[in-house]
Design a protein around this ligand. Structure first.
Ligand code: HEM
Ligand code: HEM
Length: 314
């Protein structure tokens, strides 16, 4: 274990010690809650009403005419880059939230392009990195949305029929009863998947951007825009949005790995509908790339890169 890793795990132990009872009770109650939900869902499914509901709303809305079939290679690339940037965005987010003193401070050189009227604000190195990652993440996301609409691929993740609501309920009931809805993500996502993908792309991501901009120095320091959107509100939303991202990714990845992982990894990482191990190998390589970035993206290297655009102290 590296020194920082052992430091952060001992911090975790420190944090847990006085909360032992609370953690124990929370774990116990969570298990009880899960069991109750499963029993309730199984019972509901067995009633005539429940059976009829699932027969009427199987959990999937048939794709509209003209919806493309398959996951194209460009989508695979964007999906990978999205995970790559988000990993480091979340890490720098936690570093910012920990309020530890950053191991360096950056001030942009304002005699060079892009020159601004306002003097540059001094940034901790973690915030400097957070903002660059955000810029790349947003660029990747903007390309994704443009191509999504240009290719008709949007029809797969944007609901176009209110039937998505009862079908999502039905899919939720089926997941909860542990008798999962069948789906074929090459052709169509089930309604719950569709709503989750829609929410992360078209609600959570814009919220992260808007609240992040509010907290950054691009937002004007005074005037109507400041009153219209208080900084406190932005701060109160930015962090829960990250928790939403983490919750989404956890459930998303667990489901990918429990519902035909080899097929799905081929679909997303190699743009093909097959059930051999190739997609898994590409996925594993992508994890290696992320791990290498994680190890390299430490203050010494970050400070050296930041120094190319200004002065770095501390
Ligand atoms: C590295 C771990 C990840 C794996 C293995 C993974 C895997 C997959 C797979 C196999 C699909 C195809 C659809 C399906 O079968 O459900 C998919 C779709 C999708 N994933 Fe992920 N994913 C990962 C991380 C993420 C992250 C971090 C996000 C965003 C926060 C994300 C957002 C999405 C979205 C929005 C779609 C639908 C894309 C579309 O069809 O336009 N995934 N993912
Ligand atoms: C998309 C553009 C984004 C921008 C422009 C942005 C900008 C910022 C800024 C300026 C701060 C520092 C706030 C301060 O002064 O204390 C910050 C903090 C933070 N960011 Fe972002 N961010 C963005 C996206 C994200 C995303 C996608 C996540 C996580 C998924 C995230 C997680 C965090 C967290 C956890 C903090 C610490 C907040 C706290 O102390 O409560 N950010 N961000």
């Amino acid at each position: 274990m590296t020194e920082t890793a052992s430091k952060s795990s001992s911090r975790l132990v420190e944090w847990m010690r006085p909360r032992r009872r609370l953690i124990g009770w929370t774990a116990l109650l969570s298990v009880v809650a899960v069991v109750l939900v499963v029993v309730l869902a199984r019972w509901l499914r067995g009633t005539p009403g429940g059976e009829a509901f699932i027969a009427d709303y199987p959990g999937i809305v048939p794709p509209p005419e003209g919806t493309p079939v398959g996951i194209p290679a460009w989508l695979g690339w964007q999906h990978f880059l999205n995970s790559f940037f988000l990993l480091l965005i979340v890490r720098t987010g936690f570093q910012l939230r920990s309020k530890q003193r950053p191991p360096g401070f950056f001030t942009r050189d304002n005699t060079r392009w892009p020159r601004t009227k306002r003097a540059p604000r001094r940034l901790g190195i973690f915030l400097w990195f957070h903002l660059w990652l955000d810029a790349f993440w947003i660029l990747n996301g903007a390309v994704y949305v443009v191509v999504l609409f240009a290719t008709g691929q949007w029809l797969r993740i944007v609901p176009t029929d209110w039937a998505v609501v009862p079908n999502a309920l039905s899919a939720a009931l089926q997941y909860a009863s542990l008798d999962w809805p069948t789906e074929n993500s090459w052709v169509v996502y089930n309604s719950l998947q569709q709503l989750a993908y829609f929410a992360i792309v078209f609600i959570a991501s814009p919220l992260a951007l808007l609240t992040g901009l509010r907290l950054s120095s691009v937002w004007p320091p005074e005037g109507a825009l400041v009153r219209a959107f208080p900084e406190k509100l932005a701060r109160a939303v930015h962090y829960p949005v990250m928790l939403f991202f983490l919750g989404f990714v956890f459930v998303h990845v667990v489901l990918v790995f429990t519902t035909g992982a080899l097929v799905k990894l081929n679909q997303m990482y190699l743009a093909r509908d097959a059930d051999d191990w190739l997609g898994f190998i590409v996925f594993a390589l992508s994890v290696v790339v992320m791990a290498v970035a994680w190890v390299l993206a430490k203050p010494p290297l970050l400070k050296r890169i930041a120094a190319k655009g200004g002065t770095v102290r501390g």
